[in-house]
Design a protein around this ligand. Structure first.
Ligand SMILES: [Zn+2]
Length: 77
């Protein structure tokens, strides 16, 4: 997914590798499976992609990969 249009209409560019607009998250339980893991590729694949909108600050979390719509979080305060 090289680009993502935010609700605010800003286009988030995800084409750069590594991307300054992309973050990676993993649950504490999932991370525990990788204790002692030295293969960064396996760990990377387990992480969820988060796209950050630099215009409004919304976070688009792809919990189920790029094939499903992301959950969008808006700054509350
Ligand atoms: Zn936005």
């Amino acid at each position: 997914m090289p680009k993502l249009k935010c609700v605010c209409s800003y286009v988030i560019n995800l084409s750069e590798i590594p991307s300054p607009n992309q973050y990676l998250i993993i649950s504490d339980v999932e991370m525990d499976r990788y204790v002692g893991e030295i293969d960064i590729e396996n760990l990377y694949l387990a992480m969820k992609v988060v796209a950050h909108c630099q215009n409004c600050g919304r976070l688009h979390v792809f919990y189920e990969g790029f094939d499903k719509e992301p959950v969008v979080y808006k700054i509350d305060s």
